[in-house]
Each structure stands twice: as C-alpha cells, then as structure tokens.
Write a protein that binds this ligand. Structure first.
Ligand SMILES: Cc1cc2nc3c(=O)[nH]c(=O)nc-3n(C[C@H](O)[C@H](O)[C@H](O)COP(=O)(O)OP(=O)(O)OC[C@H]3O[C@@H](n4cnc5c(N)ncnc54)[C@H](O)[C@@H]3O)c2cc1C
Length: 435
C-alpha cells in the first residue's frame, strides 16, 4: 500500500491502515513531514506556525481530541479582543468599532437573503464581489464600497478563504460546517500533532512523485528516486499540485475528476512573523487591525505575546495581495509591515530583531495555501475529487473534504475516510478469495 504525501491527510491514512496490519509506505517529496503544517524554530527556538495555526472549533474536532490526549498546551483566541485603527492611524473607540462590524453584518444578512432566492430560482452563480456590489446597496441601487467595508470584507472573508471575493462563488463560498467551541493555538507548535501521527510509519522523504500508472494489475508510481508498485495507492497531494499538471496519470483521470481539479481554486494566505525587542502595541488584545489605505494590504496582525510570552506579531495577507508579496524581496515585505505599524504606533518604533516570511503559492509542493470555491464551482467538486478511481486509486486531502475543506481537521478526517474505504476493499478481497 502506498500513500503519496506526508501531510496530515497522508499520515492519518497511513497510521490507520498500519494499525489494521496493512503495510504502508508513505512517499513524500519534501525533506520533512507535515506539508502545510510547518513549525519554524529559527528564531531562538520559538515555535512559529507557518502553515496551519488554529484548531478551528475545538468542539467535536478530532485534532482537539488528539491535542487533549497528548496533553498539548493551547490558548483560546479571542477574536473580539481587537484594537482597530482607522486610515489616519487613530484607534477607534469600541462604539466606532461596533459600527464598522454592524455595517458588515447588515450587508451579509442582505446577501444571504438574495443568495437563497437566487438558488431557489436557479439563477446563474456569479462572483461574490459582483454580488456584493449588485445586491448590497439599498433600494435597488448598487453598493459603493469604501475602505471600511473593504476592510471587513478582507479580514472576515478573504483572510479566511485565502482568496479575493472576486475569486469566490456567491453561492458556494461559505461551504462546510460551522466550527464550534472556539479556536485555539498551540504554544509548542502544530507539528507536535504530525510528529505524533508519523511515529513508526515508513515515510520515504525526498521522494517526489512524477507519474501514477494504473493501467496494470498493480499501480506503478514513478518518483525521482525510482519506481514503487502497490495494489492500492492513496493520493493526498495538494489541489495546487494536481492543478499544475506536474503529476502524470496513466490513463488520464476521469472527466469528473479533471473538472473538479480545474473548477476548484487554490489561493494565497501568507504570514510575516516579526519579533521585536519590546512589545510597543497594546499587550491585552489578540488582534491589531487597520482600515487599510489600499484594500487588503496589511490589514490584520495577531499579537502572539500572550501565547508565546515573546514580543511577536504575525501579519496576514491573503488573496491577490497575499500572492503579490511573494514576488517581493524580504526587505520590501518587512518595509510594508513596518510602514503600517509606524502609522499606528509612531515613527520611533524600532525595526524587528527577527523575521520569518512565508510564500505558499511559490512552494512547488503546495502551490497555494488551501482550496476555495470559485464562481461556477460547487460542493459537488469536493465530492468528485474524493471519489476513488477504480479500486486502486484513492484520494484524500483538504480539498476532498466536503464538510471541512481548507482545514487540518478536514484533511485529517479525509485520510481516515480513505483508510476505512481501503480496509473495506481489503476485507472484500479476502472474502472473495476465501470463496
Ligand atoms: C498559511 C496557512 C494557514 C493555514 N491556517 C490553518 C489553520 O489555522 N487551521 C486549519 O485548520 N487549517 C489551516 N490551514 C490549512 C491546513 O494547513 C491544510 O488544510 C492541511 O494542512 C492540508 O493537509 P493535506 O494533508 O491535505 O495537504 P498537505 O499538508 O499539503 O500534504 C500534502 C503532502 O504532499 C506532498 N507532495 C506534494 N507534491 C508531491 C509530490 N510530487 N510527490 C510526493 N509528495 C508531494 C507535500 O509536500 C505535502 O507534504 C492553513 C494553511 C496555510 C498554508
């Protein structure tokens, strides 16, 4: 049995099958496990999560359950604890902040109504950005966006879905189950979870898969380090890698699968960790936000002092701008972050003493942060991606999760789902042979 990819989906599938006595080899292109779970310790050993950070919704979440079993220390994020600044760099009062939020909530309620009506009437899908303008105004007038609304749209939608609203489907952008119980961060890094899952697994690092051939009785997988054969293979490679067409499939994948790969999107969410000698920001807030002068640029930073007991901020940029900064040199990226911070906290604040920057779109083994549903795509595309091809080729990974795409727990559960499917297929084979 082969599992392709040692991210959380691949590790979950391999570990489950191993525990059932199935011999499994995991082929992983990188020199490390974890995929889009990556904890950096280059700044004096401080654990900084460059990929996934949060367990989204600790209620009935298998990752929260694992964290509890392993007695890992976590901290609940308080998204209500925000210092919001306006375009001039002035901190808004609670009342002013509430007004910004209320405006956005009103807009969303209006859009939900229109969305329901249009789906019932079977009207064609459109981009969420177009829907916001067309249906968000009053008395039938189009909505004129301003910096305040742009800020709410960017931090509430684009940061979560790692895509601009112009790249999201009006009908299906908010798919998946609502997480419950609050979100937590790990004090010691998310990699504690994948390290635990990989224990005693046969993971072959630096094995980059190039070809998957299901034309014979066994699946043939060609890597940069030779060929592997197995009766069954689980593909957990990121949607971005499948979309790039860098893996050859012989014969080609069924049309439904190709359509799903083309239809679903992958976007960028990038992080800039800044370590300072002292915290010059309000230490009691979880989030520092600014109504940006240019939409989507440096609108949100998380205060990690309460989590890590270190003066560290992590700035998030998503969608188009998140992708654009990947082409910039590090000093220009840090310059952008510092410009924003100096506007809010004064020109005298010192430069950071340490910096870590992510570029997930340019990462050849991720090619994006996670999946989203663009205009015209639908929930069925996630299901089509999850469908096995014959009894040999199985698919897992976050973009195969109908219930929780774009999350760690969705990816984890997809690995368990395919392990179960394979265990049933093995049992059916054994039954057949016994007859
Ligand atoms: C910046 C960022 C922030 C995020 N924040 C959160 C969060 O807070 N909470 C949350 O729940 N989720 C978050 N996510 C999403 C979450 O990280 C992913 O949904 C999840 O980790 C995906 O797991 P996976 O196993 O499906 O894919 P991956 O982790 O990408 O695993 C796939 C594996 O396949 C390997 N691979 C690729 N190409 C090849 C090849 N040719 N041959 C062999 N191996 C190959 C990759 O190296 C990788 O190890 C975030 C992601 C990013 C990038």
């Amino acid at each position: 049995m082969l599992v392709l990819g040692a991210g959380i989906a691949g590790l979950a599938a391999a570990r489950t099958l191993n525990s059932l006595g199935v011999s499994v080899i995991v082929l992983e292109a990188r020199g490390r496990i974890g995929g889009r779970i990556l904890t950096d310790r280059s700044l004096s050993g401080i654990p900084l999560d460059l990929g996934a950070s949060w367990i989204h919704g600790i209620e009935k979440n298998p990752i929260a359950e694992l964290a509890r079993q392993l007695e890992l220390s976590t901290r609940l994020s308080n998204y209500e604890s925000v210092a919001l600044f306006d375009k001039s760099g002035k901190r808004l009062s609670d009342r002013e902040h509430q007004k910004v939020e209320q405006r956005f909530r009103r807009l969303m309620r209006k859009l939900e109504e229109v969305q329901r009506e249009r789906i019932v009437k079977k009207l064609p899908d459109l981009a969420l950005s177009d829907a916001i303008v067309q249906f968000g105004g009053s008395e039938g007038e189009p909505l004129t966006l301003d910096a305040e609304l742009d800020f709410s749209i960017n931090t509430t939608i684009e940061h979560e879905f790692a895509a601009d609203v112009s790249d999201l489907s009006f009908y299906h952008w908010d798919q998946g189950e609502e997480p419950r119980g609050g979100d937590v961060l790990f004090r010691g890094g998310y990699d504690q979870i994948v390290n635990h899952l990989s224990d005693r697994l046969d993971v072959r690092l630096t094995h980059s898969v190039q070809l998957i051939d299901t034309s014979g009785p066994n699946v043939r997988v060609v890597t940069n380090q030779g060929e592997f054969r197995a009766k069954r293979v689980v593909v957990t490679l990121p949607l971005g890698v499948l979309k790039a067409g860098v893996i050859a499939f012989t014969p080609t994948l069924p049309l439904s699968k190709l359509r799903a790969i083309a239809g679903l999107g992958t976007g960028a969410l990038n992080k800039v960790y800044l370590r300072f000698s002292d915290a010059f920001w309000p230490k009691d807030v979880d989030v520092i936000s600014q109504i940006a002068t240019r939409k989507g640029e440096w609108s949100e930073a998380y205060n990690l002092q309460p989590l890590l007991s270190e003066p560290i901020l992590v700035c998030l940029n998503a969608g188009d701008y998140g992708q654009r900064i990947e082409a910039m040199p590090d000093h220009a990226i840090v310059g952008g972050a510092m410009q924003m911070l100096r506007r809010l906290f004064g020109p005298a604040i010192a430069d950071p003493t340490g910096v870590v920057i992510t570029r997930w779109m340019s990462d050849p083994f991720a090619r994006g942060s996670y999946s989203h549903c663009p205009p015209g795509a639908a929930i069925e595309d996630y299901e089509a991606l999850a469908q096995p091809v014959t009894a040999q080729l199985f698919f897992a990974g976050e973009a195969t999760s109908r219930e929780s795409p774009a999350t760690v727990h969705g990816a984890y559960l997809s690995g368990l789902r395919e392990a179960k499917r394979i265990a049933l297929a093995i049992a059916a084979d054994a039954h057949q042979e016994a007859r």
